[in-house]
Design a protein around this ligand. Sequence first.
Ligand code: DHB
Length: 301
Amino acid sequence: MQINFLGKNLHTPLVLASGVLGNNKAILERVWENGCGLPTMKSIGPAPREGHKNPTVIDLGNGLINAVGLPSPGYLNMEEEWQELSDRVFPITASIYGGSVEEFVQVAAFVSAKGPDFIELNISCPNSDQHGMVFGVNAQSSHDVVAAVKKVIHVPLIAKLTPAAPDIATIAKACEDAGADAICAINTAGPGMVIDIESRSPVLAFKKGGLSGPMIKPIAVRCVYDIFRSVSIPIIGLGGISTGKDAIEIIMAGATLVGIGTAVRYRGITVFDKVNKEISDWLAVHDTSMEEIRGAAHREA
Ligand code: DHB
């Protein structure tokens, strides 16, 4: 199921969501070998950051709540990773974050020179007051950060959006107008909170966290549907996608590529091959193609 995405040939339409498996070459290569067309790295920040205290991730059965806290060695301290990745045979997206437009620009310029195939701007993390969602909930700040980063990078730019925005379609349009080459939606939902009633305290050390997995899939499908109506750049659809049928659903909402994150935990690293086969089987049974079903939910019967 080869697919061309912004000029790159990917061997499958599946993307590994950012943050799920870190930045080590061996693990990113393994997901690619297991049917992921485009692995995304964990977001890289402007300075070393430890992240939040444990517990940072809790499994709620129908998904996860997490507040990892954007741990990063900082963009200047990743020479080993870049060295390793320099002779890779697979494509990667480097995800980045910052606390200001200037920081985004600084990180983006440096990271772009390291040769990732795409750069994703994480303007949507719910777990830091300074570094994330604060950009992605506002059309003007989304526009400003995308426009500024676009000037200093040499690879296509993907804007990763949050479902916490009051109108995600407007944010997506602002990113497109500022020069974004693609939209990735959605990042984790919420933030939410889970309280353990026996200890009477929130289960996460950071108290609040982003929601992922099957419980957020209807939000993801609605967001991709809305974004598809407002932009003409391609969309990476994700949020609770676990099966081939889930992937078909978000493609019908308008996605070109489909991201998988939390399902790696539930179905293992072979989830990519499994979902690819489930998509192919469904398309074969229905005698159709990915191109034919993309955005199908928008067409009048
Ligand atoms: C982090 C958590 C998220 O849920 C997310 O969407 C992005 C980043 C984090 O805490 O590192």
